[in-house]
Ligand binder design. Sequence first.
Ligand SMILES: [Zn+2]
Length: 465
Amino acid sequence: MRALWLALALSACASAGPEGWTRSERAAAPFSNTQARCQIETQVVSGSAFETCMAAHGWDRASPSHAGGYNIVGTTLTVDSDVAVRTIRGTQATTIVAEVDLTQLRFDANALVLDEIRVDGVAATVRADTDGVFLALPRRYRAGERFELQLRYHGAPARGLTFEEGGSFYTSYFSCDWMFCELDRPGDKFRFIVSTRTVGGPRYAVYNSDSESNEYPAYLQGFAGGQATEVRQRVGDVTLIYASGHASEADLNALFASTPAMLEFFQRRAGVPFPHPRFVQILAQADEAQEGAGFAVLGDGVVRPMLENPHEDWAIAHELAHTYWGNLVTCRDWTHFWLNEGMTTFMVAAWKQERWGEADYQREIEIARTRWARARDAGWDRPLAFAGPYPDLRTRRAIQYSKGMLFMVELRGQLGEGAFWRGIAAYTRAQAGGVVESADLQAAMEATSGRDLQALFDEWVYPAR
Ligand SMILES: [Zn+2]
């Protein structure tokens, strides 16, 4: 018995792929062939899109790359909003690949009511409490198996969906409050197709997030709609849409006039064509500033100061820069969130330097230094890839946004203009559509500069081992 068990173990070893991968019965080609094929198909070398492709050809990640042990491939959502009573009614179809053997799924707790739950057409049950929504699968799903979840639900989301006076509505960060997902899995990117249905009118418009050409995590998915004033502008192949339920056309023109120049600046620095055929900027009534996949929600409070002082264009630049850094290239988990926010804060300063001159760049650096110093004085300096927790949002931002930005300024100073910007473009190109950790930025900057940056990254980025 023991000998037989050993023989089986050895044969399993012999058919296994490189460390971290297992070969299933569906695998028709060796690992290296499949890897090359998927790198060409997905144009990335790692991350969920790549792993999904590998899994489709029979090569599975041996260990889960996502919390919960599953990977979302895609979600199709139909949402009806009842603006009068501020509720929604939706159907959600989510395709999932198990990364380990699964008997249940966990989603974030929310205020929605589930009317129907099916897994591959079979009725399933849920248990919901303050820790989450736990869905019991009707059978065990093996690692590598793909299945579809179908949900029908209704309710009033506690967060993540704002109904404005006048009948407009828009989503923001808390997407797992209006559908079923887990927000703390930024590394799980998926295709998202949403259709929103609401009673229309002469000026009625809907805007949905764009994840047709690339995958995005849950927190970047969303939709907006309502009676809207709209301005359209073309820049290259991209249609820019400025929309608002309350502002005038003249206001929209004045506030978003610099968007085409910003887009061209970030596109040049990224070295990657703008990834959306259209980009929607929604001017909201509240103090919002939220990036999404192919859209941004910006509140009066953050953009109207531009009418007094045009230099105050940081919020528009920040959310637009996220199109590349944060959205197209996304941190694998929140430990590396500085790659989203520190990079974007730096890009805003770089835009200001380009548009307004050196004094504006230096002013952004001064603001970041002051914020970082405040955290340091409170005993809260941390490496950029510190896994947390932080005592409060302000301290977390002082590290991930401000210190992160200053590290990019430091890298720029040490590497020089040519190598630094080539490194940024190489990093963005290599990781477009994928997920990243701090080491990915280090590798790109080292490759383009030809320098060993370990000591610098140890000083700023990595927690002491
Ligand atoms: Zn941001």
